[in-house]
Design a protein around this ligand. Structure first.
Ligand SMILES: C[S@@+](CC[C@H](N)C(=O)[O-])C[C@H]1O[C@@H](n2cnc3c(N)ncnc32)[C@H](O)[C@@H]1O
Length: 269
């Protein structure tokens, strides 16, 4: 059996191919048999959707509970997979960024969800006896509840402050404040870029997540997934009379037959 599933703590979320829908419950039971830590199995009932980026789930096997505890980089996260966005597939990105943060930074962790980016960063800084001021912003009230809980659980209250509401409202109050801005909302992050540039201090770094084509849908020829986004970033910086320098880019993960999720790090001078 070669089935793709995400494991978030003790909950498995399974992608059931159309042709195997009838055997979904048996497949779920098999996952539980072979993975002793999994106590609940759900099937993806939709794509991530809506402004909170949450998907519908269909119960398949085990305990009927969507509450879970997930561990990453020495941090613990409590969350409800039915009410908030969470992806273990971004763990590499969280580690990568946490390795770049310097002592004394001021960080806007936008679209923070239950807090994996700000908390992984804060925990590392705390271990290294460094400091930082991190504002973690999130719109979904259910995610903010877990974000606050997880800040306490990981004992990083002196590093991370939770801010509930629209990122746009926070950004207007933070002009030239941030040494670093993290933007993990690939569907709509582009619309926040002008305000993010305004909120970035001289030499500050922005970690921008977006989607780009890796193949042309019509010609099927290979495409550059970064090209359009880089051009947009440069044009917006120019409009704001700031110079920007792309300092890093990578494909984060496949997204659809023709597009991939990418991250572009740029410095605002
Ligand atoms: C793709 S998720 C990323 C969550 C988290 N950073 C993670 O890696 O698990 C994007 C998050 O942005 C939040 N969001 C969407 N629009 C927002 C807005 N205008 N202001 C603040 N947060 C927003 C969603 O509720 C969601 O939790």
């Amino acid at each position: 059996m070669n089935l793709a599933f995400d494991q978030i703590g003790n909950v498995a979320i399974l992608e059931v191919p159309e042709e195997r829908k009838k055997e979904a419950k048996q497949l779920a039971a098999k996952i539980m048999d072979t993975n002793k830590h999994i106590t609940s199995v759900y099937a993806k009932g939709s794509a991530m959707a809506g402004k909170y980026r949450v998907r519908k789930l269909k119960f398949l096997a085990g305990e009927k509970s969507t509450l879970t505890t997930y561990k990453e980089s020495g941090c613990v996260f409590e969350l409800d997979v039915a009410k908030v966005y969470f992806s273990p597939r971004l763990a590499f990105e969280r580690t990568r960024i946490s390795n770049e943060v310097k002592n004394g930074e001021k960080i806007l962790a936008l679209f923070a969800g239950v807090g994996p980016f700000p908390i992984v960063i804060a925990k590392k800084l705390k271990t290294e006896k460094k400091t930082a001021e991190i504002v973690a912003n999130e719109l979904n009230p259910a995610a903010v509840k877990y974000l606050r809980q997880n800040i306490k659980l990981n004992k990083v209250e002196e590093f991370v402050t939770a801010d509930k509401g629209d990122a746009a409202k926070l950004l207007v109050k933070k002009k030239k404040w941030a040494s670093r801005v993290i933007m993990p909302l690939p569907h709509t992050a582009e619309q926040f870029l002008p305000q993010v540039i305004d909120a970035t201090a001289k030499n500050g770094i922005v970690h921008f997540y977006g989607f780009g084509p890796h193949r042309n849908e019509k010609t099927k020829k290979a495409a550059d997934p970064f090209k359009k986004l880089e051009a947009k970033i440069k044009a917006l910086c120019k409009k704001k009379k700031r110079t920007c320098k792309i300092i890093f880019k990578r494909v984060v993960r496949p997204y659809s037959p023709f597009s991939v999720q990418v991250v572009i790090d740029f410095k605002v001078l």
